[in-house]
Design a protein around this ligand. Structure first.
Ligand SMILES: O=C(O)CCC(=O)C(=O)O
Length: 162
């Protein structure tokens, strides 16, 4: 995990995105080189019970102090499961939690801790009411952090298309 964190810190590029409030984020990001990422991808694919071919690339996301990722959901083009692993311990009152507003669930990052959750289809492939319910349930945000925070993110897809 240290080698991955080092690779991420060396190669991640800053992003500051604001799509009229949607997917707004301030962070740094890089896809981890396959040779380093493969053992993690193999493990997560087992946890997700999905073939390795359905996994996206492993991402390193680093937030500077003042970084955030506003409320959003991850379901786009068949991205059906999300996995995050936290690389830092964040103490209370530093912000930086992963927040699921509908569930009123705030997860404070702890080094080595991982979470995994399903993403609901939002489009025509599911009844509208159910879509809305799932969307509301699983939308989440990376809260504003006052200290640096780093995570690994891996997405499983329903198809192998990338
Ligand atoms: O940083 C976090 O806690 C959440 C990150 C996130 O929501 C994402 O990468 O989709």
């Amino acid at each position: 995990m240290n080698a991955i964190a080092e690779y991420g810190a060396q190669h991640a590029k800053p992003r500051e995105i604001n799509h009229f409030g949607f997917f707004s984020r301030k962070d740094t990001q890089v896809f981890i080189a396959q040779s380093l990422a493969q053992p993690v991808i193999d493990k997560v694919s087992k946890l997700m019970n999905m073939p390795v071919q359905n996994m996206e690339k492993l991402q390193y996301i680093g937030y500077p102090a003042g970084g955030f990722f506003r409320e959003h959901e991850d379901y786009i083009e068949g991205r059906c499961v999300t996995f995050f692993c936290y690389l830092d311990d964040l103490s209370e009152n530093c912000g930086g939690e992963t927040f699921f507003p509908t569930l009123k669930l705030k997860i404070r990052p702890q080094r080595g801790m991982a979470i995994m959750f399903p993403n609901g289809p939002k489009n025509a492939d599911c009844a509208k009411k159910l879509d809305k319910w799932r969307y509301n349930l699983l939308k989440h945000e990376g809260c504003l952090t006052t200290v640096p925070k780093r995570i690994l993110a891996l997405i499983g897809r329903i198809s192998t298309k990338k």
